[in-house]
Design a protein around this ligand. Structure first.
Ligand SMILES: Nc1ncnc2c1ncn2[C@@H]1O[C@H](COP(=O)(O)OP(=O)(O)O)[C@@H](O)[C@H]1O
Ligand SMILES: [Mg+2]
Length: 354
């Protein structure tokens, strides 16, 4: 089997089976008596039912039981909820209350709202620091969002860029000295260019006075937690080390999907290490090999050969780009529990590095 690492990260374009693969890996490791935490961004509906995460968009850890070979396997799962991660990251109840209904935070932590990737990193870092799990499995956002995710430590750095932050801290201090809103607005007016100034006055008309107040809260409260946010950058170092992470680039057995996986792996190159696994999901090979059309049906025989050859060629192509390529079958049973069982068994057969 592929030796488990403290962090295992699943990436790829939408629909190839990232979430399914990540979940089956989590269940497999749990069946090997590992304490596993699965952090998933957006499980498909049926999988969510299976994991009993239907009503748990709360970022809390849920204990999940999965039936596997007549036994019950226990694992832990979180459905990422960026706003909960952010609020938990603050250091006081007072600040949490201030930002709880803050509109700017609501927008930033909406799906793909700009802070999700940073929050996913914070979530993983927080769970790593808890030291409760043998293995944290991360199902990442699809394609481009995944690259954003990897770049997000850069985003954190930029956010806390010294000069930018000093300006806002100055506003914060001034605003504290004089609690009147018009005063902090005056300061803002002084330091920003006329263009931005105009924009702010428009925004104020559209959003009401509360916009500037919320803006100020957001910046100053987040800045107060800067050390905490910057600590999350450690996580990026984790991902670059063979002994600490396993990388899985998930694709399905189609020409353009494999191309996508190669592209994603190449964009992610600076963040990964050389031991990358390519998981070719939804392969028909295992069925085709067992299928022997009778001699009379030449068309079927030719079809079988062509399909096998095509799939093998795709896998060979993948092998040139990734040092480890593992195929997973297209599971014919529609029931998610059955799908999961087949895939868990496949993880058991895989050969990897230690
Ligand atoms: N090996 C497989 N066999 C059959 N169906 C699969 C397999 N892997 C994934 N699927 C199906 O493909 C769809 C997309 O899978 P999902 O894991 O949600 O993809 P992603 O997370 O990459 O968007 C789901 O309906 C899932 O049940
Ligand atoms: Mg998914």
């Amino acid at each position: 089997m592929i030796f488990p690492k403290p962090i295992e990260i699943f990436c790829g374009t939408g629909g190839v089976g990232k979430t399914t693969m990540a979940t089956s890996r989590a269940a497999f490791l749990a069946s090997q008596n590992k304490k596993v935490l699965l952090i998933t961004i957006d499980p498909a509906k049926r999988l969510r039912q299976l994991l009993k995460l239907e009503n748990s968009r709360d970022g809390e850890v849920h204990s999940v039981e999965i039936d596997f070979q007549g036994e019950t396997v226990q694992l832990n799962a979180i459905l990422m909820h960026p706003r909960s991660t952010l609020l938990r990251s603050l250091d006081s109840e007072e600040n949490r209350n201030k930002l709880k209904d803050n509109h700017i935070i609501k927008v930033l932590t909406k799906p793909y709202g700009g802070m999700n990737e940073i929050m996913a990193i914070l979530e993983v870092q927080y769970r790593l620091d808890q030291k409760e799990y043998d293995c944290i499995i991360l199902d990442t956002p699809p394609g481009k969002h995944f690259i954003d995710f990897l770049n997000s430590s850069e985003k954190i750095n930029r956010f806390f860029d010294k000069t930018f932050i000093e300006i806002f801290q100055y506003i914060g201090n001034k605003a504290e000295e004089s609690s009147s809103l018009s005063f902090s607005k005056k300061i803002l007016t002084q330091i920003v260019s006329t263009g931005v100034n105009k924009l702010l006055s428009y925004l104020e008309i559209v959003t009401g006075n509360e916009f500037l107040e919320e803006f100020k809260d957001t910046i100053t409260i987040l800045y107060d937690r800067k050390d905490f946010f910057l600590k999350a950058l450690k996580f990026q170092e984790f991902l670059k080390q063979k002994t600490l992470s396993n990388w899985y680039f998930v694709t399905s057995a189609e020409q353009h999907k494999i191309k996508d996986a190669v592209e994603i792996a190449s964009s992610a190159h600076d963040f990964t290490h050389e031991d990358k696994f390519c998981l070719v999901n939804k392969c028909l090979g295992p069925y085709l090999l067992k299928w022997h059309p009778s001699d009379q049906s030449q068309v079927l025989s030719e079809m079988r050969t062509t399909m096998l050859e095509r799939e093998n060629k795709l896998k060979e192509g993948a092998q040139k780009q990734f040092n480890r390529v593992i195929d997973f079958p297209e599971v014919l049973e529609a029931e998610p529990q059955k799908q999961l069982e087949t895939l868990i068994n496949r993880w058991n057969e895989t050969v990897g590095t230690s």
